[in-house]
Design a binder for this molecule. Structure first.
Ligand SMILES: [Ca+2]
Ligand SMILES: [Ca+2]
Ligand SMILES: [Ca+2]
Ligand SMILES: [Ca+2]
Length: 649
């Protein structure tokens, strides 16, 4: 979103300048809204500058140095192919998706400005396979197209979705999908939408598992005040939008463990009113969703945005509205939490406030201040961001000016609660001081939000900051990693011998030695295409690893091969998914009468036991099956999709 507007308009209008505001261009296409809302459009997200000339890469640049504070480390995400900072660009509004099965695999999307000389922005995206310690930014999605407001999420199986706003003659969102943890986003679907959208996926085991839910602002979207949609087919198609009672905007959505959906935001009419809407039947694909509860919640202050100079983020929100449901099975199960940076009563400009509902959204607690500096100390606690772990721990981060006394100089801060928000841990600084007034990409803000996902050991945070004098996007793990998902910090797993760490990188080896399919097995005479897989351990010393394939033509010659590089290039009737030097696993085989293939990968024999095809511990290789398919005609040959595997000692 650009320049949230209503509250600014209220101020400006009372100053007698309403005509000037109203005359600014509006791109809105839907039916006219009430006066307050139509004037509220004056500050919508829309393309202004043409794309600028990107800064030139710096030859031989060194990887961007991690930013450290006490035990906390931040890693830059918007980096070049060397892992180095890209000078002269800007990046903000990061959102993160974590694979709940292999949490070392994650993706972050952001608003990418190729040069600070232009506010033209595109859909930045990066991925990490090592728990966020290194990042690859392979270039924006949809290059050359103005895109904004990224939101990422994962379903329970590790399918990632990326919601992206495109603004042309209208405000519309597309949901991109990745089956390889954000390495590629080959498909997208139109998802209605509008300005300042948010998205979540039901990752529970409820009847709505896999449903995608999206909402956006009433100020600019496809469909007037109908600002909610749902997909029940994994993000391929979306329902005609529906209105949300009391029209919560600039907020988020979350799903309870029983599939009930909650939406929280701020009222378009009153910045001190925070509507929460509940749908119990949105999980039911057989019915049109309805909202069975809507409550106007008091957060003990008002949401602040676009208040100009004198605030830490002059042209943006000082924090969006966060809603989260406690999906633990403990004493706080089912509690609903709402959090936002708000302007409290009194002289203090901004605090992080929290309220909870223990009766599924019907009634709410009195507001609780999460930051623990002296009341009325005058510090800005902005960009309050909340996520809840599967064990019920509530994690909150925000930017905090308490140690500097200057509106533009802040540190990222953290607190958590293990009792449903009754008490909070002493606040802890996570980063050095940084300046929120530097690196603006021709708009006076560092976006409108951060995003965090919690697990039972810690939290994965995507945030923006200016540690090197530029706006950049960073990843931080708060607390120990838990890549093997056993609920115990990985450093403890390694120290206790629960996990091996033969390569000494601090990552349990079982999290590094994994397989992943990629690329496309094209249709063949037997059906939709051949699929590669594997059985047995990835341990080289155990020597029990087998490559498998199914969906091949029966009784045909085939050959597995491997190499270092992932590609997807035309090959026979399909695609070759392995590039660089290629090593054949001879001799050729014959597919079975049911179209399957099996090959033991013998690490003691050529080409795997030495030379350029030597498969060594912690090396990653890509495998594929080539096969004859004369019944299909054409080139008379085809190939499976690809399998990437990293091996252990
Ligand atoms: Ca940069
Ligand atoms: Ca404060
Ligand atoms: Ca662990
Ligand atoms: Ca390791």
């Amino acid at each position: 979103m650009r320049s949230p507007s209503l509250f600014v308009w209220v101020l400006v209008a009372t100053a007698g300048a309403a005509a000037a505001v109203a005359s600014r261009p509006s791109k809105k296409q839907h039916a006219p809204l009430p006066v307050a809302q139509s004037l509220g459009q004056a500050h919508l997200e829309l393309p202004e500058d043409p794309p600028g000339v990107p800064a030139r890469p710096v030859p031989g640049a060194q990887p961007s140095a991690p930013i450290r504070m006490a035990s906390f480390t931040a890693y830059q995400v918007n980096v070049d192919s060397n892992g180095a900072n890209i000078p002269g660009d800007a990046a903000n509004e990061p959102s993160i998706a974590i694979d709940p099965i292999q949490p070392n695999r994650m993706a972050i999307g952001w608003r990418q400005f190729d040069t600070v000389n232009s506010n033209f922005r595109q859909a930045g995206r990066g991925y990490s396979h090592d728990g966020g310690r290194t990042w690859t930014f392979p270039g924006v999605l949809d290059p050359g197209v103005f895109r904004s407001d990224p939101v990422l999420a994962s379903d329970a199986s590790g399918r990632f979705d990326y919601d992206s706003l495109e603004v042309t003659s209208s405000y519309l969102c597309d949901v991109y999908e990745s089956s390889d943890h954000g390495v590629s986003w080959p498909t997208s679907a139109p998802a209605f939408g509008g300005d300042k959208a948010w998205m979540t996926i039901d990752a529970t085991a409820s009847p709505g598992a896999g449903n995608v839910y999206e909402c956006w602002s009433v100020f600019a979207g496809c469909c007037g005040n109908s600002t909610f949609t749902r997909s029940t087919d994994g993000g391929q198609t979306f329902l005609n939008p529906l209105p949300i009672p009391n029209e919560p905007i600039w907020g988020t959505l979350d799903v309870a463990s029983n599939g009930i959906l909650f939406i929280g935001g701020v009222s378009p009419q009153n910045s001190s009113v925070f509507p929460v809407a509940r749908s119990s039947n949105a999980q039911n694909s057989g019915v049109t969703p309805s909202f069975d509860l809507s409550t106007n919640v008091n957060l003990g202050g008002s949401l602040v945005g676009s208040q100009g100079s004198g605030t830490p983020n002059p042209g943006g929100l000082l924090g969006q509205v966060n809603i989260a449901v406690d999906r633990s099975s403990g004493p706080t199960a089912g509690w609903v939490y709402l959090l936002c940076s708000v302007d409290p009563s009194g002289a203090d400009p901004l605090d992080v406030h929290f309220v909870r509902s223990t009766d599924h959204g019907a009634t709410w607690s009195t507001p609780r201040r999460v930051n623990d500096d002296a009341p009325n100390s005058g510090a800005w606690q902005w960009f309050g961001t909340m996520s809840v772990a599967p064990n019920g721990r509530i994690d909150v981060v925000w930017n905090d000016t308490r140690n500097t006394g200057q509106v533009n100089l802040c540190q990222l801060y953290y607190s958590f609660s293990t009792d449903g928000g009754t008490t909070w841990s002493p606040n802890q600084a996570l980063t050095p001081v940084w300046d929120s007034y530097v690196g603006w990409p021709n708009q006076s803000k560092i976006g409108d939000y951060y995003h965090m996902v919690s697990d039972s050991v810690g939290a994965d945070l995507a945030f923006a900051a200016t540690f090197n004098g530029e706006q950049d996007v960073y990843y931080m793990r708060i607390g120990d990693h838990d890549c093997n998902r056993n609920g115990i910090g990985d450093a403890i797993d390694i120290a206790s011998g629960t996990s091996q760490d033969a390569n000494g990188d601090g990552i349990p080896d079982e999290c590094e030695c994994v397989t992943e399919t990629y690329c496309v097995g094209a249709p063949n005479s037997a059906g939709p295409g051949a699929s590669i897989g594997s059985t047995g351990a990835l341990s080289i010393s155990a020597n029990g690893f087998n490559l498998t394939a199914s969906g091949c033509p029966a009784n045909r010659t085939g050959l597995f091969f491997y190499g270092r590089t992932r590609v997807q290039v035309p090959f026979g009737n399909g695609f070759r998914c392995v590039g660089g030097s290629i090593f054949r696993l001879n001799p050729a085989l014959t597919t079975s009468s049911t179209g399957t293939a099996l090959r033991h990968l013998d690490f003691t024999q050529p080409p795997a036991n030495g030379g350029p095809g030597h498969i060594t511990p912690f090396s990653t290789w890509n495998f594929q099956l080539w096969y004859r398919d004369p019944a299909a005609g054409g080139a008379n040959t085809n190939a499976s999709n690809g399998l990437s595997a990293t091996f252990c000692p």
